[in-house]
Write a protein that binds this ligand. Structure first.
Ligand code: SAM
Length: 329
């Protein structure tokens, strides 16, 4: 089948699937303290529906699938979905992004079902500051989840995602860098983006990758590592060989020109950019009996309209109509 190529010539290889918009954390850069209005249950795609849509996209060349949310581990029986996707022809790389709080019990069943990679979000190694940013006292549970993941050598790499916020994250950098040196975790700093439901983001709250690198290098020199062209992260090794850090710099160094990603929300809407102002409904056609060929056409049409780039920082930038937890980060 013809590859899935957007209107600017970029081939789409990677799909992020949100399995729920619900979350058990309330991270300040993502969700309000009181939560959001959750999708009604019957609006959320079933595992069979997700697997059908992934099969259709995998037939077009999407070979990387990442499960996310909301918090994907709050959805019941997630290993069942992992099992269905692991068996889907064409899906070579199946991963999960989680806050890690339920990973302790689920790491084993997820690996057994066929999960091969995992990203765990972790913004602070101090109990007080972890609770301040996530509004949950759950650092120990997350660290237990990471240990559980580490016990499965099939699950590699283990990546840690830290959202970098000016005035907060500077203080966390030495401990997180030290974690990357001590443990088999790649610690990645992600620049704060205007996707918070509170709409409190401003450009001066972004702590850039370059600023964090400078903090790390005061103590530990780094050397740049080669990265895949489509990679979101710049990779660095500690010069003494003790571990790896990554910097995802969508604000200070946008990587839209090599973007090969699309996203599907928990209610089956295809989004071609984190900052899309529109999305493309696949649930309704799926539920009213569309054939694989019809679904293929709908996906191709959405992808043909993929945005050239996000416009954070441009005058007149308009935020997306959904927040990160409602899109699937
Ligand atoms: N609940 C899961 C988790 O915590 O990883 C998956 C969903 S979460 C929305 C996915 C990722 O998006 C997390 O690493 C989170 O830190 C990141 N994120 C959320 N809001 C963000 C923002 N405003 N800017 C940058 N990253 C953000």
């Amino acid at each position: 089948m013809e590859p899935l190529v957007d209107g600017w010539g970029r081939e789409i290889k990677s799909l992020r699937v949100s399995v729920t918009d619900k979350c058990n954390f309330r991270c300040r850069y993502c969700m309000p303290a009181e939560g959001l209005e959750w999708l009604p249950r019957d609006e959320v795609l079933s595992y069979e529906e997700i697997a059908r849509l992934v099969k259709v996209m995998a037939a077009m060349g999407v070979d990387e699938v990442r499960l996310t949310g909301g918090e994907p581990l709050v959805r019941r029986d997630l290993p069942t979905l992992v099992g269905l996707l692991a068996e889907t022809p064409g899906v070579d790389d199946l991963s999960l992004t989680t806050n890690g709080v339920l990973l302790d019990r689920l790491a084993g069943p997820l690996v057994e079902a066929g999960l091969t990679r995992i990203n765990v979000s972790l913004d602070s190694l101090s109990h007080v500051r972890f609770a301040e940013i996530t509004r949950r006292d759950a650092l120990d549970a997350v660290l237990r989840g990471l240990e559980a993941a580490e016990a499965h050598p099939e699950l590699r790499p283990i990546k840690i995602n830290c959202v970098a916020i000016k005035g907060f994250t500077e203080e966390e950098v030495p401990a997180l860098a030290e974690l990357a040196r001590r443990k088999p975790y790649v610690v990645r700093f992600i620049e704060f983006m205007p996707l918070d439901a509170d709409e409190a983001w401003s450009g001066d709250q972004v702590l850039t990758g370059a600023e964090i690198r400078a903090i790390v290098e005061e103590r530990w020199p780094l050397v740049e590592l080669p990265a895949k062209a489509s990679s979101t992260a710049k990779r660095y090794a500690f010069a003494d060989g003790a571990g790896e850090l990554g910097f995802v710099n969508p604000v200070s160094e946008p990587f839209c020109s090599s973007c090969d990603r699309i996203r599907m929300t928990a209610d089956g809407r295809l989004r071609t950019c984190l900052f899309s102002r529109r999305d493309w409904d696949l649930k309704e056609p799926l539920r009213s009996g569309a054939s694989d060929e019809e679904l293929t056409r709908l996906v191709r049409n959405a992808v043909a309209h993929k945005e050239l780039k996000h416009r954070i920082g441009d005058p007149g930038f308009v935020r997306a109509n959904r927040s990160m937890s409602q899109i699937g980060g």
